[in-house]
Design a protein around this ligand. Sequence first.
Ligand code: DAH
Length: 339
Amino acid sequence: MREEIINCSNEVTAFVANNESDVEAFRIKYSGKKGILNDFFARFKDVPNNEKKETGQVLNQLKMLVAEKIESLTSQFQSGQQSTIKIDDYTRPAQFDFAGSRHPISIVRNKMISIFERMGFSVEEGPEIEDDWHNFSALNFPPEHPARDMQDTFFIDTNPDIALRTHTSSVQIRVMENNKPPIRSIFPGRVYRNEAISARAHCFFHQIEGLYVDKNVTFADLKHALLHFSREMFDSKTNIRLRPSYFPFTEPSAEMDISCNLCGGEGCAFCKYTGWVEILGCGMVDPNVLQNCNIDPTVYTGYAFGVGVERITNLLYGVKDLRMFSENDIRFLEQFEGA
Ligand code: DAH
């Protein structure tokens, strides 16, 4: 009988069903009232005592096997799949499953990172929950500076010392505190601001910060790095212009425009007929900031810049509403291709 049970197990394993009625026939044949399993159990009492243990084991295994098989066959037909695929038309083109696509912000961030990596920048990250020192004080923000305002900054548990970072400039401080020059790094990451959410503003967005500190780093180095970045990111005809500006952590400070990539600088509605669009803030690291990180400003100089990833993505793809980046609407997301 042991042999018989083993043969039967092999049959069960090999069984293939083509439709639901095959499954039902299988169930009746093996575990129906007058089915094979009951028959084996009825005959079990005649098995000689010295074989009972081994025979009982294989019989119980068969019982489990039949139950599992019925379950898997049933679920197969419930979910509409069949174990044997019938192909009627061999010329039919294959169907490809949409495997998902990378988020546009990730595509653009990765492209930006790889441009700077080719220029010799390493990539570092810092925490999104920051203290006042790294987000503001060490960056030379005066105590009464409006950026510290509760209206702009998300503070944690009303503790005025801990906040969600409002910019990736905080990572400059962490990196300079922990490394000696030369430092040439970029810091990509998410930043948070207490803004009313609209097409043009969001409570979180992404930045990439750049920092280069060494002996004899000049404004000309900054300008050249940013020109190269802009031409790699947009096209080789892109021009840049730097306008004087103010940031507490850079001196001098500038904002950078690129020639409008939609009209090539001719002037259009997008660039408000100026031919230029602003893309980033930059400048020479303020000596106070170097000092705050124990880097001697009489020996070293540095430049820094901060670019918004959403801004660049909008320029490249013409996305008009920032909220689309965080809505997870597949119809929007599947339109982007890239690594
Ligand atoms: N942190 C600034 C912001 O969020 C951007 C910025 C401006 C970064 C100038 C810099 C810089 O490193 O030098 O608006």
